[in-house]
Design a binder for this molecule. Structure first.
Ligand SMILES: Cc1ncc(COP(=O)(O)O)c(C=O)c1O
Length: 396
């Protein structure tokens, strides 16, 4: 018999969410997560995945994963420190370090796990973290886990960052102060002002931490936001995910050898959670090698992104401050945003609405994620549907 208190809690809260229209019904896909997807038998142009380069369904990577399973099996069998470190884990980390132009790298089971692991391995209750207000949920949770004082910084506001860095370092209260930011902000597609952040960090001796989940494979010819700005030797922690542009699953931290050595002995998801599966490791390694060998997919991604952005802008949509393939169409009103997304679905485009509390109230948007795998025909059709639905709902 389950707890009555739990039942009451669940019923009340689920009903509350459903009553407010905030309960998220999840759509199961009946197809791979490619540029076209199938839901309830309906074929849709997919503008919702993070599969930037189309690698989630790449034939070479599928083959690499199958070969890894044949050689190593389906699981790594243990946490890394016991005997879950296979030679392919080492190769993945060496490849990641090369990709990120750092001395070393460490792989985790997800990007979310990286932030749980890395922040609290270095920061504690005697420290402070300057955190951009639009940082990803996993950064926020990683900061909370560390018990350091979290100092919220206005989004990409360098004056605010400088003032708060000065206060924090001159207060004498904290042993260490870190500045932490997304490389590319996932809801607006704008890029962190890393050159200014580095300048402030150097002035106040801040530890620098960039989570580049949406920048890797996208900016810097694929190497990421830090490389895009030529700052590879100036950022202490470079975090990435293997689940977006890389197309698989997992995450990593790249940085100095001593930092990686420390994370291997002190970061808890590394020490207490089973390591990445052989198939994931080998497919990710091959994907990164492919990105280092050729920029073709990266170029195709940007070509498609520019094409879609241009088409949506010409129709009169507000795409906000986007500087990357992440293309929001900002509608504002939450109800209208959800209606817009529903109508797009009916017409054949899968682009999810994103509303409060994920973004600020009154800034509801439909977020588009073009990829290298979309064809011009798919993008043309999507733009046509956006025009039709936008006019019907008097958004444009
Ligand atoms: C900035 C950032 N960090 C971390 C993550 C989590 O990555 P993963 O899906 O690999 O756990 C995301 C995913 O949305 C992200 O945008």
């Amino acid at each position: 018999m389950s707890s009555k208190t739990l039942d009451l809690f669940l019923n009340e809260n689920l009903e509350d969410l459903k009553g407010k229209g905030l309960y998220n019904e999840i759509d199961p896909l009946e197809s791979p997560n490619g540029p076209m997807i199938k839901i309830n038998g309906k074929e849709l142009i997919n503008l919702s995945s993070n599969n930037y380069l189309g690698l989630a369904t790449d034939e070479t990577l599928k083959q690499a994963a199958k070969t890894a399973i044949d050689k190593y099996g389906v699981g790594a069998g243990a946490v890394r420190t016991i005997n879950g470190t296979l030679d392919i884990h080492i190769k993945l980390e060496e490849t990641l370090a090369k990709f990120k132009h750092t001395e070393a790298a460490i792989a985790y089971q997800s990007g979310f796990n990286c932030n749980m692991a890395a922040i609290s391995a270095v920061m504690d209750k005697n420290d402070a973290i300057l955190s951009d207000e639009l940082n990803h949920a996993s950064i926020i949770d990683g900061c909370r886990l560390s018990k350091a004082k979290i100092i919220r910084v206005n989004h990409s506001d360098m004056e605010d960052l400088r003032a708060k860095a000065k206060d924090a370092t001159e207060s004498g209260i904290y042993n260490k102060v870190m500045v932490i930011t997304d490389g590319v902000f996932s809801m607006d597609g704008d890029i962190a002002k890393l050159p200014e952040i580095v300048e402030i960090a150097e002035e106040f001796d801040l530890i620098t931490y960039v989570d580049d989940a949406h920048g890797s494979g996208v900016l810097g010819d694929g190497a990421g936001t830090v490389k895009h700005f030529g700052l590879s030797d100036k950022i202490d922690f470079q975090i990435g995910t293997l689940s977006k542009a890389i197309g698989v699953v997992g995450g990593y931290v790249a940085g100095k050898q001593e930092l990686i050595d420390w994370l291997k002995v002190r970061s808890r998801p590394f020490l207490f959670s089973t390591s990445l599966t052989p198939a994931d490791v080998v497919a990710s390694t091959r994907a990164i090698e492919m990105l280092m060998e050729s920029t073709e997919l990266n170029q195709k991604l940007w070509e498609n992104a520019d094409y879609l952005k241009d088409g949506l802008k010409k129709l009169g949509f507000d795409i906000g401050a986007s500087e990357t393939p992440i293309t929001p169409c900002i509608i504002g009103d939450e109800v209208k945003t959800q209606e817009f997304s529903r109508k797009l679905y009916e017409e054949g485009v899968y682009a999810k609405s994103i509303v409060f509390p994920t973004v600020q109230r009154g800034t509801g948007r439909v977020r588009n994620m073009p990829s290298a795998a979309h064809t011009k025909e798919m993008l043309d059709r999507a733009i046509e549907i956006y025009g039709k639905v936008g006019k019907e709902l008097k958004i444009i």
